[in-house]
Design a protein around this ligand. Structure first.
Ligand code: ZN
Length: 236
C-alpha cells in the first residue's frame, strides 16, 4: 500500500495541491495535524484533504481554531492567524476539526502532531527529545509534525532529511517527521511531504515546488500578518 503523509498544511492550498499532483498514486492519506492556521485558505484545505481516504490527527493550530485550546502559548502572529481562521471556517469544517483524535495507530505506525508526551505541543527537535517518545511509542515506527523540519529520530541518533532521502522500515525503531507542507522551516521553501510504501517497506521524503508569490498575495489580501507571507519565500 502507498500512503501519502502530510503534516502542517497550514491553510496553504497551492502547496497541498502541488504535493497531491506530484505524489503519484496512493491508497490513503495520513495528515499529522495543523491543517489550518497561518495561511489564507483553511476551509479549502480541509475540503481537499477530505476527498481522500484519510487518517488525521489534531495539531495545536487545529485545536486553537475551534477554541479547544487557548492562545496563551501562541506567538502574536500565530494567535492573530488563529483568530482569523476561526472566522473563516464553516460549522461543518469546525466540527470535523473538533472531532480529530490527538493520537492514531495505523498498522506499524503511531501518528501524533507533537509528541506522545504532549500531543498538541511537544516538539521533537533532537534525539534527546525523542527518547521518551520512543519509549512510549507502542508501534515500531511513528510519525510526527509540528517542527516543520524533515527529520528522523532513532534511540540516541537523529538525522535531518533533505528531499530525496529515504528510510527503510527495518529493525530500528524510529519516529520521523515529513516536514511541513504549507510552511517549511528547514530553509528549503518547497512543500515537504513523504510517501510510505508498506510493501517495499520504505518511506521516501520529498519536496514539491509551488506558486509561493500567489500564496503570499492571498495572505496579504486576507489581512493576515505580512510576516506569515514573507517567511514562505525563505522556508524558515
Ligand atoms: Zn504547525
Amino acid at each position: 500500500m502507498r500512503i501519502l503523509v502530510v503534516a502542517d498544511v497550514h491553510a496553504n492550498l497551492a502547496a497541498l495541491q502541488a504535493v497531491l499532483a506530484e505524489a503519484g498514486e496512493f491508497e490513503t492519506l495520513w495528515s499529522l495535524g495543523d491543517v489550518v492556521g497561518y495561511g489564507a485558505e483553511p476551509g479549502a484545505c480541509i475540503e481537499l484533504l477530505r476527498r481522500y481516504p484519510l487518517v488525521a490527527v489534531a495539531g495545536n493550530h487545529d485545536l486553537a481554531a475551534v477554541g479547544a485550546i487557548g492562545l496563551e502559548e501562541f506567538n502574536p502572529f500565530a494567535a492573530e492567524a488563529a483568530r482569523w481562521t476561526a472566522t473563516q471556517l464553516s460549522a461543518a469544517e469546525k466540527a470535523w476539526l473538533s472531532e480529530l483524535p490527538q493520537v492514531a495507530a495505523e498498522g506499524q505506525f503511531t501518528l501524533v502532531h507533537g509528541s506522545l508526551m504532549d500531543p498538541a505541543w511537544g516538539y521533537l527537535f533532537a534525539a534527546s527529545d525523542a527518547e521518551e517518545h520512543l519509549r512510549r511509542q507502542p508501534t515500531p515506527f511513528g510519525l510526527v509534525g509540528h517542527t516543520h523540519v524533515p527529520a528522523v529520530f532513532f534511540e540516541s541518533e537523529e538525522a535531518y532529511l533533505h528531499g530525496g532521502a529515504s528510510l527503510a522500515l527495518a529493525e530500528r525503531r524510529f519516529v520521523a517527521n515529513p516536514g511541513g507542507v504549507g510552511q517549511p522551516r528547514d530553509g528549503d521553501p518547497r512543500a515537504a511531504y513523504a510517501v510510505l510504501d508498506t510493501e517495499a517497506r520504505r518511506i521516501e521524503f520529498r519536496r514539491a515546488a509551488y506558486d509561493i508569490e500567489t500564496t503570499q498575495a492571498k495572505i496579504r489580501a486576507a489581512g493576515l500578518p505580512a510576516y506569515l507571507a514573507e517567511r514562505l519565500a525563505r522556508g524558515r
